[in-house]
Design a protein around this ligand. Structure first.
Ligand code: DGT
Ligand code: CA
Ligand code: CA
Length: 574
């Protein structure tokens, strides 16, 4: 089985952890961490890029050294640097870093002085009172460690949707090649496009279940078989992701798909409706007494309980059943509805590709327009643009637009919203652009009132068009900043501005519940890639998934408008 990007990412993450415990150069550590993050959600397989002869240093965050390591890992499945580090420090030690309050220094001390290498040993050392005696520790920190280990053990790890997709797609391909297999579907939260996935739930129909079970357990991506029966198995992949696989009969495929897609709350609500109609709904079908009346397709299950088909992304028991009953289900937006992308970077700042390459790729994907929105000067780490460089880029865009046909580049900026709500570039410069995307990149910890004021003030700006990644959260890494989103949305309505749904797999921000709020308040949402390379447009599908979870229809999404209409919509008159 192939090495996935996420596997390479996991190796880099471990290298970074071990280097950190060793006290290596912070820049070197950060390079590995960045690369790990990027690879864990990168939609294109590095292996495939390599086979095509692509230069891996094109990937964001990948220099010559890391590119060579990727080549090595793809070729050999491991990395000599990691092996060397493992000779100095045992592998399990890095897991200790995940305990809040245990930095590299303390982990090093625990290992050297108490020979603590695993979570289990850490727990015992704390419980037995051996940690308090170490220099730099005390009774209080020992107690904290004990509690943190307990919390850590009870907390199941979740995978980002895009990371899970790397494994879901290859497992699906693997299962499809087994003789006698006809349908393979990944159900569960993955099918509902939840932003994180606890485990994968795969349904298979096959003429010979035994053959499928046999092959599945021997798939070399599998690290551990938790249980295996004649038609179901649970395994843990090497990356730690659990997979539940079931072979089901064709006649109950729809019922099984419905059941295992969930959510549990949605299922329970459907089952209750069935009960009121005197029906039993389960994973085998819909039954009246002992007679099966539905189950071959999901549609048949819904029809049996008197409802139209409900899209998986809506199945959270958040009003979809009432809407279905009232004939008011939304016609959810689809990837093919997008006509353009309003947030992208080039190598003028921290992107990887030229204006021309970005335009060509967007066009090849069927987009009609692409806004180039570099960072502004305040974001020095991204080599943000000052007025002079921005205006120079505007000239380049004019020239390129004159030359290109079928795609229009729009002139924009991702301008920093400063702490006081002012924008990082002067009015007269912003006024020369087609659109201004405003973003909070600093001071995430302001109070709710201050953060809200800051953003409202930015929106009051005459040229402000679109609020980028409105909550600032990074999935499983950084909580959203505290902001009154309803006020922000109402102000956007009042000012004629828009909100972004950033499709980057680590962001997926606007959150689904806020999409619903924006829709209710009549504010259009723009689903943008925030592409830092031409490969990143592939992330738009995750943004569309989140938008669908937020009940958005084509008409609720700004960038489903054709160019002429879009230009009217984003023209600020105030
Ligand atoms: P996850 O894996 O935590 O991201 O979320 P899910 O939704 O994939 O949950 P999972 O894997 O535990 O179960 C898959 C589906 O199976 C779930 O969405 C609904 C169904 N299911 C699981 N347990 C129950 C249950 O106790 N009752 C009902 N009605 N359905 C259940
Ligand atoms: Ca699941
Ligand atoms: Ca499951």
């Amino acid at each position: 089985m192939p090495v996935h990007n996420a596997d390479i990412g996991a190796i880099f993450e471990e290298i970074a952890d071990l280097l950190e415990i060793e006290g290596a150069n912070p820049f070197r550590i950060r390079a590995y961490r960045n690369a790990a993050r990027i690879l864990s959600v990168l939609p294109q397989d590095a292996r495939v890029l390599l086979k095509k002869g692509d230069d891996l240093t094109r990937l964001p965050g990948i220099g010559d050294n890391l590119a060579a390591k990727i080549v090595e890992i793809i070729a050999t499945g491991s990395c000599s640097l990691l092996q060397r580090l493992h000779k100095e420090l045992p592998p399990a030690v890095t897991e200790l870093l995940h305990i809040p309050g245990l930095g590299p220094k303390r982990v090093r001390a625990l290992y050297h002085d108490l020979d603590v290498q695993t979570m289990e040993q850490l727990y015992r050392a704390a419980r037995d009172g051996r940690i308090r005696a170490l220099p730099g520790f005390g009774e209080k920190s020992e107690l904290n460690i004990l509690q943190a280990v307990e919390a850590h053990v009870s907390q199941a790890r979740r995978f980002k949707l895009a990371t899970a997709a790397q494994y879901a797609e290859s497992l699906t391909g693997f299962l499809q090649k087994i003789a006698g297999v006809s349908q393979v579907t990944v159900a569960g939260s993955f099918r509902r496009m939840r932003e994180t996935v606890g485990d994968l739930d795969i349904l298979v129909t096959a003429s010979e279940p035994g053959v499928v079970m046999q092959h599945f357990a021997t798939c070399d991506e599998v690290a551990d078989v938790l249980s295996a029966g004649s038609t179901r198995a649970s395994v843990v992949l090497k990356c730690g992701l659990q997979v539940d696989m079931r072979v089901v009969a064709e006649t109950s495929y729809g019922a099984a798909l419905h059941y295992f897609t969930g959510s549990k709350a949605h299922n329970i609500a459907i089952r209750r409706i069935g009960q009121r109609l005197g029906l039993k709904v389960n994973e085998y079908g819909v039954f009246r007494a002992d007679a099966r009346i539905a189950g071959e397709t999901e549609e048949s299950v819904y029809r049996a309980v008197g409802l139209p088909y409900i899209q998986p992304e809506l199945r959270e028991d958040r009003g979809e059943i009432e809407a279905a009953r009232a004939g008011q289900l939304p016609q959810l937006v689809e990837l093919a509805d997008l006509r353009g992308d309003l947030h992208a970077h080039t190598k003028a700042t921290d992107g990887q590709d030229s204006l021309r390459d970005m335009a060509r790729t967007a066009q090849a994907l069927g987009l009609e327009y692409l806004a180039i929105t570099e960072h502004s000067r305040h974001l020095t780490v991204a080599h943000g643009l000052d007025p002079l460089r921005l205006l120079r880029q505007c000239d380049e865009i004019d020239q390129l637009n004159a030359e290109l046909s079928g795609i229009t580049l729009l002139k924009g900026i991702e301008v920093d919203i400063l702490e006081d709500g002012s924008l990082d570039l002067p009015d007269e410069v912003l006024g020369r652009l087609d659109l201004v995307v405003g973003a909070v990149h600093s001071k995430f910890d302001l109070s709710r009132a201050q953060q809200t004021e800051r953003i409202l003030r930015a929106m009051e700006h005459p040229h402000f068009t679109l609020l980028a990644h409105p909550t600032g959260r990074l999935i499983e890494q950084r909580a959203p900043y505290d902001v009154d989103m309803l006020r922000v949305i109402r102000e956007a309505k009042h000012r004629g501005c828009f909100l972004e749904l950033n499709a980057h797999p680590e962001r997926l921000d606007l959150l689904d519940t806020y999409c619903q709020m924006a829709k209710d308040e009549g504010v259009l949402v723009s689903i943008n890639s925030d592409a830092h390379s031409s490969l990143d447009f592939a992330n738009l599908r995750f943004g569309v998934g989140q938008a669908r979870r937020g009940w958005l229809e084509k008409r609720d999404v700004l960038n489903t408008s054709p160019l002429a209409e879009l230009l009217t919509l984003i023209k600020r008159t105030m």
